[in-house]
Design a protein around this ligand. Structure first.
Ligand code: ADP
Ligand code: ZN
Ligand code: ZN
Length: 736
């Protein structure tokens, strides 16, 4: 009897054998008994015999036919991830699937998210004039069947209007299969127009040519300063690939996967690419979608209908049968790295995938990660540079430092910076004050006895939030009312120490009572719509001063912004995390890129006690290459990535002794193996206790990926007893 080997979502590195009495192929989903439960799994292998005796093998309960089997290529990709990240195969495979495919609840045969005009719908002129959005929807549906996502791109209220149109007998929902289908023949799939194209600059054209002329796999680093027109390069590449499928060397459309950081996947971005490719089928894949939407979009990618897939890290596991190009925008962004479960880097998996599929991949950034930069300068990747701003009149901002040790500060803000902000207000221009800490102040202190607002559950401090008069721990969420007197000595004077966004906001409000100040951080944008509304306000020039965290640094274009002030960057200069300075430079370069994008020159002022630090000097001359060379030399000397390869074993638990005992046991086992890897001591994590759990870690380092992988395979961590502990292995860790 045929036997299938099934991947199940259980934390054991093995496949499970079941008998099956119908014909199945690999990649099919099956329902199987497991212990007293039943689970959905994926058939990884079909075999004739098993190591288990046949009586002990249970039969498959049901073979699910409601979606196409996963392709051999995707299974291979997932196997690679499981091996490389040393994470069990079952959870790896299952976590790549949309939630709906992980359950045995039948998925509806008719996805309900596409719309078409009803035959014989009345003429558009009979729609009331004031129904602007409804009219636009009808116009669009006249041209083609559209997905809900496409219609949403027209307006945020498209959903409501559709409901109205449905009830009024204009439109109806229809099946995904009615969307323009991928043709297996040879002709072009859909005549997409390529709207609003700019004539490319010479550098842009060279970048486009380099990628389109490469045969098969190639990894390109598109290093272009902010405003150099990287997006335009993407658009031209996408246009090319939608028409050519390099894999088969024939005309006929390919699929493009565009990976973006979490924070960038806003409706605008989707809307932007819709507007550039109005006739292409574009779907997005990210965690903000409903389960049904995600399944639907995933299936559109799987059937080849979707020509452009725009997504966050999880979309790197989308099925893409006609994949022609992968683009990773803001490739340095840490949100490409998953921080739990399968701790993959979507950028790195994307590179493996491009190689597997024999297609080019473009990594784009103004501030590439040192890893990618090193690979590009050493010849593993090809470097493509955009050195000028795309719009002729756009100039780079001037960058200057304000020496805080020689300035008068008002609650941490220098007089000079305040004056410059005042000048901008007078000129009707916008200023942005960047500080990477939310709340009012990072800690509250007793001026008498030195009491500090420690969190009772964590090794960190409770942050003062003055708005709602609370102390709040940003690690575990624990909160308290702000005490009126010192809990230790009863002294009545408690002093906020340091600055957060709220405090900067209130200093500015006191100084400029009439200014319109907008604070942008994860507190003020908790509501989904809020951030969207804020961006509109900024664009409508209804804001004079922006105060915000890194949320403001990324990929937004604020034309009226001419001044950026940076507060408190210094802690990153001497941090124990060797990547802190790299991150700070990238952030400051990104945030500087916000100033003076249109016709007005921008200015960046950085408050620091170390104005001569090379980081600021390189920033002043917009010299990423110089900075990267410096950092790389430092990293090489110190023996840090990208010159070595790392894996981090972490453990946490309520009992400190158990945590250290486990890690030391693992360390002893590692030492016994005598592999050519460096095994560090067990040390506390940078946050040594979080939510009452003690946390510690063990770092392993090797001079080659291969040596590291061989060691990790030999280590057999899964055989180490770790009861009651949360343990994880992180290959290529980003956080320390
Ligand atoms: P980046 O993503 O590199 O920061 P963008 O792609 O956002 O830069 O481009 C910056 C601005 O320059 C945009 O307004 C874009 O429309 C414009 N732009 C891009 N390429 C060109 C070009 N070749 N000619 C004129 N303007 C361009
Ligand atoms: Zn006290
Ligand atoms: Zn806490």
């Amino acid at each position: 009897m045929p036997i299938v080997r099934v991947a199940l979502d259980v934390p054991i590195s093995t496949l499970f054998d079941y008998t099956v009495d119908e014909t199945v192929v690999t990649g099919m989903r099956v329902v199987v008994p497991f212990g007293r439960r039943q689970m959905v799994g994926v058939v990884m292998e079909c075999v004739e015999s098993s190591d288990l005796s046949i009586e002990r093998i249970k039969p498959v309960m049901q073979v699910l036919h409601d979606s196409a089997p996963l392709s051999a290529k995707l299974l291979e990709l997932l196997q690679f991830c499981s091996d490389y990240y040393h994470y069990p195969i079952g959870p790896t495979v299952l976590s790549a699937l949309p939630t709906r495919l992980r359950s045995d609840k039948p998925i509806s045969v008719k996805p309900v998210l596409n719309y078409r005009l009803i035959d014989g719908a009345p003429n558009i002129d009979s729609l009331p004039k004031r129904k602007v959005i409804a009219r636009r929807i009808v116009e669009k549906l006249h041209e083609q069947i559209c997905s809900l996502a496409q219609l949403r791109a027209l307006s945020a209220t498209a959903g409501v209007q559709l409901k109205w149109l449905e009830e009024a007998g204009w439109v109806e929902q229809c099946d995904a299969s009615l969307l323009p289908l991928a043709s297996e023949g040879g002709e072009k799939i859909s005549a997409h127009t390529f709207a609003n194209a700019h004539p490319l600059t010479k550098e842009q054209q060279q970048a486009v040519d380099a990628v389109t002329q490469s045969a098969g796999y190639g990894c390109f680093l598109l290093h272009g300063i902010t405003g150099s027109g990287k997006t335009e390069v993407y658009v031209h590449l996408m246009d090319h690939m939608l028409q050519h499928c390099p894999e088969h060397g024939r005309r006929g459309g390919g699929q493009v996967l565009l990976l973006v950081p979490e924070i960038n996947l806003t409706p605008q971005l989707e809307g932007y690419f819709h507007s550039r490719f109005p006739d292409a089928v574009l779907v997005s894949l990210h965690s903000g979608l409903s389960e049904n939407q995600r399944l639907h979009n995933w299936q559109l990618a799987q059937t080849g209908c979707a020509q452009i897939v725009l997504g966050t890290r999880l979309s790197v596991f989308a099925e893409l049968p006609r994949l022609a190009l992968i683009i990773v925008d803001e490739e340095h962004d840490s949100s490409f790295k998953q921080q739990d479960g399968l701790r993959y880097s979507a950028r790195d998996v994307a590179i493996f995938r491009a190689n597997q599929s024999g297609v080019p991949i473009v990594l784009g950034s103004a501030t590439p990660s040192l890893e990618s930069y090193h690979n590009a300068t050493s010849g593993r990747y090809r470097m493509l540079k955009l050195t000028g701003r795309a719009q002729v009149d756009a100039r780079l901002p001037t960058v200057g430092c304000i020496n805080t040790s020689q300035s008068i500060l008002t609650e941490g803000i220098s007089e000079k910076l305040l004056r410059e902000v005042g000048l901008r207000i007078a000129r009707g221009e916008q200023s942005l004050l960047f500080i990477n800490r939310r709340g009012y102040a990072p800690v509250l202190m007793c001026t008498e006895c030195g009491w500090l607002s420690d969190c009772k559950n964590c090794a960190g401090k409770m942050v003062l939030h003055l708005r709602d008069r609370r102390l709040r721990c940003h690690h575990c969420g624990f909160q308290l009312r702000v005490p009126t007197a010192c809990p230790d000595c009863g002294h009545a004077e408690l002093k906020p120490v340091g600055n957060g966004t709220q405090r900067v906001e209130s200093v500015l409000q006191a100084r400029f009572p009439d200014a319109r100040i907008l604070r942008v951080d994860s507190d003020s944008t908790r509501n989904k719509r809020a951030w969207q509304k804020m961006r509109e306000q900024i664009h409508a020039n209804e804001v004079d001063i922006l105060v915000g965290t890194q949320m403001l640094a990324k990929g937004h274009d604020f034309p009226a912004l001419t001044l950026v002030g940076v507060l408190d960057p210094d802690s990153a200069l001497y941090s124990s995390d060797f990547r802190a300075a790299e991150k700070l430079f990238a952030q400051l370069m990104q945030v500087s890129g916000r100033a003076g994008r249109a016709d007005k020159p921008g200015e960046v002022l950085i408050q620091t006690a170390f104005p001569d630090h090379p980081l600021f000097r390189c920033l002043q001359s917009h010299d990423f290459d110089g900075w990267a060379a410096l950092l790389l030399a430092e990293r090489q000397m110190a023996g840090f990535p990208p010159f070595v390869f790392q894996a981090m074993l972490r453990a946490e638990g309520m009992n400190e002794g158990e945590v250290y005992a486990y890690l030391n046991l693992a360390r002893q086992a590692a030492l016994k193996l005598k592999h050519p890897v460096e095994i560090f001591s067990v040390v506390p994590a940078s946050l040594a206790r979080r939510a009452n759990h003690f946390r510690a870690q063990l770092l392993i380092q090797a001079t080659s990926r291969k040596a590291l992988q061989q060691f990790l395979r030999a280590w057999h961590l899964d055989e180490m007893p770790a009861r009651k502990l949360r343990c994880s292995l992180d290959v290529d860790p980003l956080e320390f």
